[in-house]
Design a protein around this ligand. Sequence first.
Ligand SMILES: *[C@@H]1O[C@H](CO)[C@@H](O)[C@H](O)[C@H]1NC(C)=O
Length: 182
Amino acid sequence: MELTLGAMFKLCILQWLPIWGFLAASISAANMMRCPGPGWQLWKGSCYVLTDKTSTWQEGKSACRSMGGRMAAPRSSEENDFFVSLAGPGGKVWIACKFNTAVAGGQLACEGVEAEFTKWHNGEPNNDSEECVLLKAISSGTWFDYSCQNPYPSVCKKRAAKPSRDLVCYEVGENGRLVGTA
Ligand SMILES: *[C@@H]1O[C@H](CO)[C@@H](O)[C@H](O)[C@H]1NC(C)=O
């Protein structure tokens, strides 16, 4: 293979072909799941972000949708811990859990379905007129019932983008440097 120094060219390889070490490293990096858009953080195959403005619970839900996601609720202790890190020290965030007052006793729905995982603070929920759920990082990520009208940021979630499976392309530039392309 003859290279013209300084010229850029494109190298595309099928990722399943046996290839040599340094390219393998680049390819595995190119194959990682990605979160499109600024601010979204990858965690276990999903992308998460806080709404940039505080709002009522309902407005937070709409804001998540307008960013191509959904308002999210933790489904496990591990995911709850991730929400704590997302909220930051002292952070208080709306999660997608709300009491359905049409049901006697008020059934808790998270992400629209009856809640399986919950992490109530001691003594919570404690007020029938507070229908929405706030997660407080400062209280170890425990949950509190709050009036839905209060302004807080909301946690949004969407699927991570999967990279193209078969062809990975690189621009080969000056000095033989590889630059990944879409
Ligand atoms: C219950 O919640 C409402 C709305 O947040 C509040 O105005 C009221 O004071 C609360 N009641 C008690 C007993 O905390």
